[in-house]
Write a protein that binds this ligand. Sequence first.
Ligand code: G
Ligand code: G
Ligand code: G
Ligand code: MN
Ligand code: NA
Length: 249
Amino acid sequence: REIEAELRSAIQKNELSIFFQPIVDLATGRIRTFEALVRWFHPQKGEMRPDEFIPVAEETGVIVTLGNWITAQAAKAAAQWPDDVTIAVNLSSLQIKAPGAALGIVNALREARLDPTRLELEVTESLFLDDSEATDAFISELSSRGVRFALDDFGTGYSSLAYVNKYPFSKIKVDRSFVSGPEVSNRTEAIIRAVAEMGAQLDMEIVAEGLETIEQVTAVRDAGCTLGQGYYFSRAVPDYLAAMLLAQE
Ligand code: G
Ligand code: G
Ligand code: G
Ligand code: MN
Ligand code: NA
């Protein structure tokens, strides 16, 4: 397919870049993490959304090369930030099944001189659906080196609680569909409160995603979420703007 060939050369041609969206401490307002989100500015077609090209990258296997590149870039950017700011990178299931997947991440960290505890890998349950041996090996290898894992899009899939039970997540990201709409209903708030309670019991932080209004921020904070992410705070921004946001704190 055309998009596949284009994607393969996009890295060399410098058409891809990593943007960074802050994840904010809801008690202090300070940035604790940036989530790396890949962007593709195509010379003819303009901005291509990751929703369009990540699935193609997955189907064609390009995601392995692309994923390693994203992790390396993200680690390099994070190495410039204060030590208490972490970087979150999204992982596709195909990436972790590739031979040497864990090693690729370890090398990216080493090359960037980034402490492994400053990297968080965001995974969804699609990661766990098959080949659990490779998944287990990947997670235990990286966990033992200090890399953290976050369960992304929580609340939308199947059997999410089974994964919470099985793997050592340090964070759960409540899917943004739970806060969509200008206000958070009492019902939704009760669900978020229950998830936050679970997080407190299991020593996992709960991130509310997709926060766009102050009402949503207040509601999820009152419900017990400790971290928030969304357009209310900031969109994903290029590295120099991420550095400026940190410098302003
Ligand atoms: O900004 P947003 O349009 O970035 O991202 C849309 C979707 O693409 C999300 O599901 C997000 O997790 C995914 N995505 C964005 N960047 C990356 C990336 O670097 N790797 C992977 N695997 N997925 C990404
Ligand atoms: O699947 P994942 O959660 O990694 O996807 C992140 C996606 O959510 C990206 O496409 C990002 O641009 C988008 N996003 C981040 N903040 C907001 C927000 O406040 N509102 C909406 N609608 N989307 C958001
Ligand atoms: O919604 P999202 O999280 O993708 O926010 C990123 C926004 O920033 C997009 O609307 C994107 O168009 C814009 N943007 C920021 N920097 C650049 C840039 O260098 N080139 C282009 N084309 N768009 C940019
Ligand atoms: Mn994510
Ligand atoms: Na998410």
